[in-house]
Design a protein around this ligand. Structure first.
Ligand code: 1PR
Length: 535
């Protein structure tokens, strides 16, 4: 019922795809046929066994697949994703689906259509996702065309889908192929030699990342330390009430890099009240870390316009530039993105002046992460609130079946009148390239010695896994990558979030700092569970 046993099949009626249907059923899956572009957007996994000619296939794909009655039905049911799909073609839905890095298998023409164009029927544009032109084999060198028969693949990069193919021999029947080039080399997973070395398979994306996060702040002695909160409270529950000190930022980042972290994130958690450019140690942490850590480094905290005590004004772009100059690959905006999204939703105008818009304009979307710090608000009836609610897997303390996720600023101190769903969609439009999705309810360790209140303890989600309801809501709402964060307590939690949601990466802090679970174990577990990771 949750779609886990279903494979969506894009059969546009041009040929025989029975063997593909049989194979899917043999593997124990049910088949859902694509009827509308919306079926593509809603698929959990999609197979496109292209058969026939390039031009005819593109013709079908680019026609508007929707009928007016479907549009009216969506309108009546207030299914707005359906409304969007009503205006898009199968080709647009397919491109959006693949660009979102959702599970996709294209076979034969289903692969060729991803290229820029094909010469099969004169020059016809393809979906343009992979650089290159599909051309006819050159028969002048003595090789018969079409190329028909079994041939061996030369594996170019790990592609587990080919591992079980006997001796890497597969059967070909085709006259057209795309050739490897500098522009598409990152895509190629295998080639085959038939007169020339053509592209036999491509593979990209859908590799999940594990990110180590270091929340950094100055402790009461003035040292910059890695700390970790419980639901964002970073002070020890002792008489001294000190800031929890879990180590030195540069050392820990280096350690996590060696342990196999795919990315490292620093969050300067008091940046909202301090001025980051005055925080020279933080910039030094970045400089030293980037000398030895060769995975992407993200830094967040305090990215906003600021006027110092001498009246000198610094723009958020200057703050971000200094972070980039010091070694950051991406910057992350928290509070300021909430204000920008609120204003955008209120006025409907993109002013271009927010930190988010300015930084993404100069450094590119891929360099701008928006960090969301939502808190769950239980409601009995979705119509009680103006924000997007979800039906909860685990009901609330008073049996509430719904919740919305309220965005906060200043490290969770202030709740704002905007939900995580509304924020995510707005910041995507304003230029965010990625979303770091925290959840205050799930953050940190479940310290039940402190919370002796039994009901609270039972409801406590800390260390019990990512908030799958929330991650699913947001990762389905936007087409930029979403990093799931908060609540990881065991290796299984990573598998859960990757298998049940469209998160591209998962971030954890506490379990790594407390040395409960090494990063390597997380990645080995994911690999054993069939989830692709970089080892
Ligand atoms: O608002 O632009 O100055 O950015 C401040 C940044 O600092 C935001 O990204 C915000 O998330 C972060 N932040 C502020 N206060 C805290 C705090 O903990 N008191 N930390 C804080 C956020 C949350 C996660 C954490 C995960 C995983 N930390 O990043 O690492 O919840 O933890 P877990 O695996 O132990 O559950 P601005």
């Amino acid at each position: 019922s949750n779609g886990d046993s279903v494979v969506t099949l894009l059969d546009y009626g041009a040929g025989n795809v029975r063997s593909v249907r049989n194979a899917i059923r043999y593997l124990g899956f049910d088949i859902k046929d694509v009827q509308t572009p919306e079926d593509i957007l809603n698929a959990n996994r999609l197979i496109f066994p292209g058969v026939g000619a390039f031009a005819a296939a593109m013709d079908v794909l680019t026609k508007n697949g929707q009928v007016f009655s479907h549009f009216l039905a969506c309108l009546a049911k207030q299914e707005y994703d359906g409304l969007v799909a009503a205006f898009c073609s199968l080709a647009e839905a397919l491109s959006a689906y693949i660009e979102k890095d959702r599970p996709f298998l294209g076979i034969c023409l289903g692969l060729q259509l991803l290229f820029e164009s094909s010469e099969e029927n004169g020059l016809v544009n393809g979906l343009g996702l992979i650089p290159g032109v599909v051309q006819r084999f050159d028969s002048s060198n003595g090789f018969r065309v079409p190329h028909i028969g079994w041939n061996a693949l030369q594996i170019r990069k790990d592609s587990e889908i080919l591992d079980d193919v006997g001796d890497h021999h597969v059967y070909f029947v085709h006259s057209y192929r795309a050739m490897p080039s500098d522009k598409n080399k990152d895509w190629i997973s295998s080639t085959c030699n038939y007169g020339d070395n053509f592209i036999a398979s491509v593979r990209r994306g859908n590799v999940h990342a594990v990110i180590a996060c270091l929340d950094v702040r100055t402790n009461d002695k003035g040292d910059l330390v890695v700390t970790k909160g419980d639901q964002y409270d970073v002070r020890e529950h002792t008489k001294e009430n000190e800031v929890r000190n879990l180590g030195k930022p540069v050392e820990l980042a280096g350690q996590y890099y060696k342990d196999g972290a795919d990315e490292v994130t620093f969050l300067n958690i008091t940046g909202f009240r301090d001025f980051p450019l005055g925080d020279v140690p933080m910039l030094q942490v970045l400089r030293y870390t980037s000398e030895n850590v060769f995975v992407p480094l993200t830094v967040g905290g305090g990215i906003r316009d600021f006027t110092d005590v001498n009246g000198r004004h610094y723009s958020s772009l200057e703050v971000a530039s200094e972070y980039f100059r010091s070694g950051a690959d991406k910057i992350s905006i928290g509070s300021d993105a909430v204000y920008a999204a609120e204003e955008y939703l209120r006025t409907g105008v993109k002013t271009g002046k927010s930190s988010l818009e300015q930084i993404s304009k100069v450094y590119g979307n891929q360099a701008v992460v928006v960090s969301i710090d939502p808190r769950r608000v239980y409601v009995k009836d979705p119509s009680d609130v103006e924000f997007k609610t979800i039906r909860l897997t685990n009901p609330g303390p008073n049996g509430e079946e719904f919740a919305w996720y309220q965005c906060t600023v200043s490290g969770g101190r202030e709740g704002r009148p905007i939900g995580a769903y509304e924020l995510a969609k707005a910041v995507e439009e304003l230029g965010a390239g990625e979303i770091l999705l925290n959840c205050i309810d799930c953050d940190g360790e479940d310290d039940f010695l402190v919370s002796l209140d039994v009901i609270n303890w039972e409801l406590n989600r800390q260390g019990k896994g990512f908030d799958v309801d929330l991650v699913r809501l947001i990762s389905d709402a936007v087409s930029i990558p979403v990093i799931a964060s908060s609540g990881a307590g065991a290796v299984e939690h990573f598998t859960e979030v990757f298998s049940k949601t469209n998160a591209s990466a998962a971030l954890a802090a506490g379990i790594f700092h407390r040395k409960e679970v090494p990063i390597r174990s997380v990645k080995e577990h994911l690999l054993n569970e069939g989830i692709e990771v970089r080892i």
